[in-house]
Ligand binder design. Structure first.
Ligand code: ADP
Length: 182
C-alpha cells in the first residue's frame, strides 16, 4: 500500500503502527535519504542540499532507489508500505512499472489541513523544518503530489482518512479501512 498526505500529516507515526499490526515493510524515501546523508554517500550529500531547500530529489534517482529496494526478499515476502513515494506523476508511472499487475492494493490519503500540519512541523523542529522549507515542501505537495490522488482514485484504490485527532484514533480509522481488505 501507499500512504500519502501532506508533510507533517503523521505518516511516519502511523506507519510505525501499521508495521506493528500488519508486519509489512515500511519504506520511507525521506528516511532512506536521511540515512544516506548520515553515511556521507555521494547521493546523501547531493540529496541533503535539496532536502534543506525543501526541493525534491530528481525522479530518476528516486525511481532507481525505490526499484532496488522493492526487489529485496523481505518486501517480496511481507509486502510494502510506501511512505513518501510516489510524489510526482513520473514516480507514479515508474511505480506501476516496478510492480506486478494488481501490485497496488490501497492508497491512503492521510488528510490533515495545511494550518494544522504547519504548526505540527514548527513544533517538530527537524533540520529541514524551517519556515521557508515547510512552505516550499507544502507548495510542492499541492503542485506535484496532490494531483496523484485523482490517479489513485481512478484506479479505485484511494481511501481518505481523517488524520486530525489522537494517534490511536487515527490508527483505528486506518484499521477500519485495511482490515476488510485482508
Ligand atoms: P516531508 O514529507 O516532511 O517532506 P520526507 O521525510 O518524506 O518528509 O522527505 C524529506 C525530503 O526528502 C523531501 O523534502 C525531499 O527533498 C526528499 N524526498 C523524499 N522522498 C522523495 C521523493 N519521492 N521524491 C523526491 N524527493 C523526495
Amino acid at each position: 500500500m501507499v500512504i500519502l498526505g501532506r508533510q507533517g500529516s503523521g505518516k511516519g507515526t502511523q506507519c510505525a503502527h501499521l508495521v506493528g499490526q500488519y508486519g509489512c515493510v515500511h519504506v520511507s524515501t525521506g528516511d532512506m535519504l536521511r540515512a544516506a546523508r548520515e553515511e556521507g554517500t555521494a547521493l546523501g550529500i547531493a540529496a541533503g542540499e535539496l532536502m534543506d531547500r525543501g526541493d525534491l530529489v530528481p525522479d530518476d534517482i528516486m525511481n532507481g532507489i525505490v526499484a532496488e529496494r522493492l526487489a529485496k526478499d523481505d518486501i517480496l515476502a511481507a509486502g510494502v508500505l510506501l511512505d513518501g513515494f510516489p510524489r510526482t506523476p513520473d514516480q507514479a508511472d515508474a511505480l506501476v512499472a516496478m510492480l506486478s499487475d494488481g501490485g497496488l492494493d490501497l492508497a491512503v490519503n492521510l488528510d490533515v489541513p495545511v494550518e494544522v500540519v504547519t504548526s505540527r512541523m514548527m513544533e517538530r523542529g527537524r533540520a529541514d523544518d524551517t519556515p521557508e522549507g515547510i512552505a516550499r515542501r507544502l507548495e510542492l505537495y499541492e503542485a506535484q503530489t496532490a494531483p496523484l490522488l485523482a490517479w489513485f482514485a481512478e484506479q479505485g484504490i484511494l481511501e481518505v482518512v481523517d488524520g486530525v485527532g489522537a494517534e490511536d484514533e487515527v490508527f483505528a480509522r486506518l484499521q477500519a479501512i485495511i482490515d476488510p481488505l485482508i
